[in-house]
Write a protein that binds this ligand. Structure first.
Ligand SMILES: *[C@@H]1O[C@H](CO)[C@@H](O)[C@H](O)[C@H]1NC(C)=O
Ligand SMILES: *[C@@H]1O[C@H](CO)[C@@H](O)[C@H](O)[C@H]1NC(C)=O
Length: 531
């Protein structure tokens, strides 16, 4: 009888769902309990150069509107190079970027026929290529499709949301050329933005965005071939690009531009020193990596390593700061306070609403600790650490008051990811090796201030002291309620389904909800809420 298997199926999955529900409740309770005991290890006092205590800084509100106040989220840089079918001339792409961590690193492109010159933000945390397609108060120029003989509209509207800001545009195709990139003309998908919110900001010098992440993140769907995939297919360059952002120690959102390099199709040896250390890409959507531990001033934070990857850890040139999951953020701030020797510290500084200012003659960097991020090596029983010195995360801002040097905190909290943003990337030459599904880090030749390095890479270390996997395979942390509601909804759906099956059409039981449906719904939900 047809009802028999259906009944058995229900019984089976009923238990599974109940089990899942109780598991979720149990984990949530466990998570909460753990939270109470999650504090950083006691951090030993650092050795101040002269044994002194740091002078208490003055805290100032950042001047409004220039992007130094609330930490801007977007920043990045980009570039290209190659000869179709031939060897890529990587050197030609050195120094093809301009910008800074505060407002982003951008590459010059010529879009359409004849080419319209536009500056394009380099963003490894999204996957659409989009340019201003209409006048906007915050952009100096835009792409006028009417003036391009090669523009083709696809007539599809697309909206992309970022951590900060969003835009809506029309999908189309056109050709681009890269003055400092790969020679040749390439046809690419392009969204022309006709409406945006908090996307183009005052003072930015770019008019478009180049999303260099995987097509999984492309909107409205992954069938929109990404700029880089088009380039790899048409120019036949290797499926790899690398990024050097050169803003270390320079004022964020300054008047000048700091430069950098986006090397398309390879690794340029003159941009790094020492070895390249590679960490596997966990999943090809963002450049998701696995963070194993964090150290502040040489002391390991006493947190479950899953906290560092909640609900993912990504490398994103389009994010200005180092962003840490709230619990990790609190632990890091606590550890920095204990290590910094600074007696009184305004919470506004840590939250990004205040600047810390010292007398111009004072260099506050000596009073802050180094921060190390441990990443899993390609050999999974090993790890390596990338270390940023305070020069990278205590960031000078342009002159606010005479005789005072003011700084902002280059780390902020996040509710859905650990983001290795420009703050960290400015210390390294970062290789996005898509062909081998790995991200490489090497010491950047421009990560120096007055001849002294501001970053460090060390390894290998054993991973015997960390869990087999630190990446959250399930979206436990922020999505508990969603899981519960999905579970309950699925259960109700099941009951309803079974009623229908029993009463009407027994054959429907061949297409029941499955566990993988639930997982898929959940992950796309998470994906859409972030970028
Ligand atoms: C592009 O062509 C110019 C002139 O032939 C050459 O100097 C340059 O190296 C080429 N660039 C790349 C990236 O191949
Ligand atoms: C991985 O690392 C471990 C520990 O250093 C070492 O014993 C092992 O040989 C390595 N495996 C490979 C394949 O290199």
């Amino acid at each position: 009888m047809a009802e028999r298997p259906a009944a058995r199926w229900l019984l089976h999955h009923h238990h599974l769902l109940l089990l899942l529900f109780f598991l979720v409740v149990a984990l949530s309770v466990a998570g909460r309990c753990r939270a109470h005991f999650a504090f950083p290890l006691r951090v030993s006092s650092p050795v101040a150069p002269d044994g002194s205590v740091a002078p208490t800084p003055l805290f100032l509100k950042p001047p409004g509107g220039d992007g130094t106040g609330s930490p801007p989220e977007k920043a990045a840089g980009l570039a290209f190079a190659s000869e179709p079918g031939g060897a890529v001339n990587l050197v030609a792409m050195v120094d093809n970027l301009q910008g800074d961590s505060g407002r982003g690193y951008y590459l010059e492109l010529l879009v359409g026929t004849p080419g319209q010159k536009l500056n394009i933000l380099v963003d490894t945390g999204s996957s659409n290529f989009a340019v201003a397609g209409a006048p906007n108060t915050d952009v100096s120029s835009y792409f006028d499709t009417e003036k391009s003989s090669t523009y083709r509209s696809l007539g599809i509207e697309v909206t992309v949301k970022y951590t900060q800001g969003s835009w809506t545009g029309t999908l189309g195709t056109d050709v681009i050329t890269m003055p400092k990139g790969i020679n040749g003309t390439y046809t690419i998908n392009i969204a022309t933005i006709f409406q945006s919110e908090n996307f183009f900001l005052k003072g930015i010098e770019w008019q478009g965005i180049l999303g260099l992440a995987y097509d999984t993140l492309a909107k409205p769907s992954s069938s929109v071939e990404t700029f880089f995939d088009s380039l790899v297919n048409q120019a036949r360059i290797p499926n790899i690009f690398s990024l050097q952002m050169c803003g270390a120690g320079l004022p964020v959102s300054g008047t000048g531009t700091n430069g950098g390099s986006l090397v398309l199709g390879g690794i340029e040896p003159s941009l790094y020193k020492g070895e390249i250390w590679y960490t596997p890409i966990m999943k090809e959507w963002y450049y998701q990596v696995e963070v194993l531990k964090l150290e502040v001033g040489g002391q390991v934070l006493n947190l479950d390593c899953k906290e560092y990857n909640s609900d993912k850890a990504i490398v994103d040139s389009g994010t200005t700061l180092l962003r840490l999951p709230e619990k990790v953020f609190q632990a890091v701030v606590e550890a920095i306070i204990q290590t910094s020797l600074i007696q009184e510290f305004s919470s506004g500084f840590w939250r990004g609403t205040q600047l810390a200012c010292w007398d111009k003659t004072e260099k506050p960097w000596t009073f802050f600790p180094e921060i190390s991020i441990y990443l899993r090596d390609e050999n999974s029983s090993r790890s390596f650490s990338i270390t940023i010195f305070p020069q990278l995360y205590i960031q000078p801002v342009l002159e606010v008051a005479p005789n005072l040097g003011c700084y902002r905190f280059g780390i902020s909290s996040s509710n859905n990811a650990l983001v290795i943003g420009a703050t960290v990337m400015e210390g390294f030459y970062v290789i996005f090796d898509r062909s081998q599904k790995r991200v490489g880090f090497a010491l950047s030749t421009c990560a120096e201030i007055d001849g002294s390095p501001v970053s460090e890479i060390k390894g290998p270390f054993t991973t015997a002291d960390v869990a087999g996997t630190c990446a959250s395979t399930v979206f436990l942390h922020e999505s508990l309620l969603w899981i519960v509601s999905y579970t309950l909804m699925s259960f109700c759906g099941l009951v309803l389904l079974v009623l229908i099956i029993l009463l009407l059409l027994p054959s429907w039981c061949r297409h029941p909800y499955t566990d993988s449906d639930i997982v898929n719904d959940e992950s796309s939900l998470v994906r859409h809420r972030w970028k």
